[in-house]
Write a protein that binds this ligand. Structure first.
Ligand SMILES: [Cu+2]
Length: 706
């Protein structure tokens, strides 16, 4: 394709129940899917964005209708366990209609995997089958290349080069003539698919939870029981293999798991074609060796293109390492920048950030009269061109683990990796309009603000009013919701007072030598009052319970790390039925989406330190210590973050307390950062929940009873 594509307005015929009559939408001129041999050249720019700053190599927006994952309903069959087989297999997928088809690893070969729907209290058995074989019957190798952009020797930062569309491994270009090829990351060429599935957000025993070491090789299968004894929620399943989760998930191994219950049904929320699961993720795509200078063509395959850095390890040796991956192309349900025709009524969006690394700040913009939409936000919320067209029809009704007590209207919605929000959106007054769901924040690691394209997807709203246009969201959503609070030394859960609970302490440490340039997760132990302070690895905070006392009378709590790596000894063991507060201290570095398996939590406190003002008193990288960290400034916990959640985005300088009820399952579990590169490196740890009766015979015990 060589001529500049034009924006054309056409009338599209309607099909199905979702499509209003006389729907007007923007459509591209070409109507033929690309083939393996098509060229997408750099000058074939998109329809409406001549102001584009980062080239997209001609990949146009809104070419694909939003796909909806196939649904597998696990029926309510009484006490019979219904068994479903789910194969991880090599599938063929087209990420964009102008890209060639390519191999992916995906559940049932579909990207996203089929949406599993279950009723509360209906147990489900799933046979997770590893069928990742190639056409010769050999274990399949990773269906894309992993490359490392060496540290930049030019003024362009490495992170920005890594976010540039295209690139490939040098093995496709033996002459070395191409300037956008990069060395493959050692070992990734031979990587075959060892898999283990985690159902994220599920309450299930440890042996059903997808312990990362318990991988299954191609040809194997694992039978897993999910009790589904929890309220309706947006869960998701994904691969969790030790050290390679990032590669397996990027290959396509993720899908929705929707739990439904009677309360949810009683609310008469938008359903069927009006309930849209939106799995948002990002990719970069590989380009071929050019035949002519300047020509760039996509192969259709993704590429895992990481920014390289050189870190210094604890022995003072230089170590090549990488920054977590992020891609310039945003996908919803497996398609780049899709479009969705909707009717002017309420919709329910099950929004899920499936990116490995990117935090998104979602907002809906009216682009009906936008001739040249900004391709990227200059900075978060105050960019010119963003605020005026922002429309605010979003109302959050649920979080990771269930429905809120009442709808929470929002104008923007920050969502970190692995978080889910259940959102109602009101299109009623927007008939005939065109909206875009946009990300108002750049990627925080691989690109600064303004370096990632803002578009996520488009909604084209038809003109015919829906018959149920007078439906309004319920005022009350969830009678079972109880706010968790820490009052004095007790917990308050709704009207119930809980006198005993435990405290665990975890620090998120800035990138340093120990983690070979990666941030670290330290599991902490409180030093006894007579134990001497070590000269390194010491964290000091003022006892939060003393906050009302004069400074001189406040006790200082001292902590040392007992574990920094997954394979360090387990230190968290507590009994089933316990309530536990996890104190997370973020001492610098990127925000981390912090995920704890087994139960759902509420954020009960959120304090903020000004790390810049603290300087070395906050975190001294030379010896890994802090000064006595002051009482942090209390920050509000907005209604959305008061919901039941299993993943919290924790930001630099925050001290948050997450309270969870560890009832209903036992075994070994994991907690970790959900930036997949981080969890694969050092930021994941085990914990154990034992039946109460066993605790008396167990040598270890939890820390910090009070
Ligand atoms: Cu992290």
């Amino acid at each position: 394709m060589c001529s500049a594509p034009r924006r054309t307005t056409v009338v599209v015929a309607t099909t199905g129940t979702d499509n209003p009559k006389d729907l007007v939408m923007s459509a591209p001129t070409a109507d033929r899917p690309a083939t393996e041999f098509d060229t997408v050249s750099a000058d074939a720019t998109a329809t409406s964005d001549s102001t584009e700053t980062a080239p997209r190599l001609g990949l146009r927006k809104f070419r694909d209708e939003l796909p909806l994952p196939k649904v597998i309903k696990i029926a309510d069959t009484g006490d019979e366990h219904r068994t479903v087989s789910m194969r991880a297999k090599v599938g063929r997928h087209r990420f964009h209609r102008d890209l060639p088809e390519t191999d992916v690893w995906a559940y049932e070969g579909q990207l996203p995997g089929p949406t599993i729907e279950v009723r509360r209290d209906t147990p489900a058995t799933i046979d997770w089958v590893n069928d990742l074989f190639d056409s010769d019957g050999d274990p399949a190798t990773l269906p894309y290349d992993v490359v490392r952009v060496p540290p930049s020797t030019t003024p362009t930062p490495t992170t920005r080069i890594a976010m540039t569309p295209g690139g490939r491994s040098v093995k496709l270009d033996p002459t070395g003539a191409a300037d956008d090829s990069y060395p493959a990351l050692a070992g990734t060429d031979d990587l075959t698919g060892a898999t283990v599935v985690h159902l994220h957000g599920a309450l299930t025993d440890g042996h059903n939870d997808g312990w990362s070491h318990n991988v299954t090789a191609p040809g194997g299968r694992t039978r897993v029981l999910y009790p589904n004894k929890q309220e309706s929620a947006t869960l998701w399943y994904h691969d969790h293999a030790m050290a390679v989760t990032r590669f397996n998930v990027y290959a396509g191994l993720a899908g929705f798991y929707l739990l439904r219950d009677a309360n949810e049904a009683s609310l008469k929320l938008p359903s069927g074609p009006y309930e849209l699961p939106l799995m948002i993720t990002d990719r970069n795509f590989e380009t071929r060796v050019p035949k002519q200078p300047g020509e760039q063509r996509f192969t259709g395959r993704p590429i895992y293109k990481q920014a390289g850095i050189v870190a210094v390890d604890s022995d003072g040796e230089a170590v090549d390492t990488e920054i977590p991956v992020s891609g310039p192309f945003t996908l919803v349900n497996g398609k780049v920048w899709p479009t969705k025709k909707v009717t002017p009524r309420w919709y329910r969006l099950r929004i899920f950030n499936a990116c490995s690394t990117r935090t998104l700040v979602l907002a809906v913009h009216n682009t009906t009269n936008e001739s040249a939409p900004p391709s990227s936000p200059a900075n978060n919320t105050d960019s010119a061109g963003f605020i005026p067209d922002r429309v605010t029809p979003m109302s959050v009704i649920g979080t990771d683990g269930g429905l809120l007590a009442a709808p929470a209207p929002v104008s923007t919605l920050e969502i970190g990796p692995a978080e889910r929000y259940d959102v109602l959106i009101d299109f009623r007054s927007l008939a005939g309009q065109t909206l875009e769901l946009r990300n108002e924040q750049g990627t925080f690691i691989n690109a600064g603000p303004g370096e990632a394209d803002a578009t996520i997807m488009q909604f084209v709203i038809g003109k015919s009013a829906a018959s149920d246009a007078d439906w309004e969201p319920p005022v009350e959503l969830n009678p079972d919701y109880r706010r968790y609070l820490h009052v004095g030394t007790d917990l308050q859960v709704g009207s119930q007072t809980i006198h005993s609970h435990e405290h665990f302490w975890v620090a998120l440490i800035p990138p340093g030598p120990g983690g070979k340039g990666h941030p670290e997760l330290w599991e902490l132990r409180q030093l006894g009052s007579t134990e001497p302070s070590p000269g390194h690895d010491l964290i000091k905070v003022i006892d939060p319970r003393d906050a009302t006392l004069p400074p001189a009378e406040r006790k200082v709590l001292r902590f040392v790390p007992v574990a920094k790596l997954f394979d360090d000894a387990n230190s968290i063991v507590f009994s089933e039925g316990s309530w536990a507060v996890w104190n997370i201290l973020h001492l610098g570095g990127p925000p981390h989406p912090f995920h704890i398996h087994m139960t759902q939590f509420q954020m009960i406190e959120r304090g903020q330190w000004d790390l810049a003002a603290l300087g070395e008193e906050g975190w001294n990288a030379d010896n890994g210590t802090t000064g006595v960290l002051p009482i942090p400034v209390d920050s509000a916990i907005d209604p959305v973050r008061q919901g039941m959640k299993d993943t919290y985005l924790i930001k630099p300088g925050e001290w948050v307390k997450l309270l969870g009820d560890f009832t209903g399952a036992t075994g070994s579990f994991m907690y970790h950062c959900h930036i997949l590169d981080h969890e694969d490196h050092t930021m994941m740890r085990p914990f154990v929940v034992l039946p109460k009766e066993l605790m008396a015979f167990h040598g270890a015990h939890g820390s910090g009873h009070h």
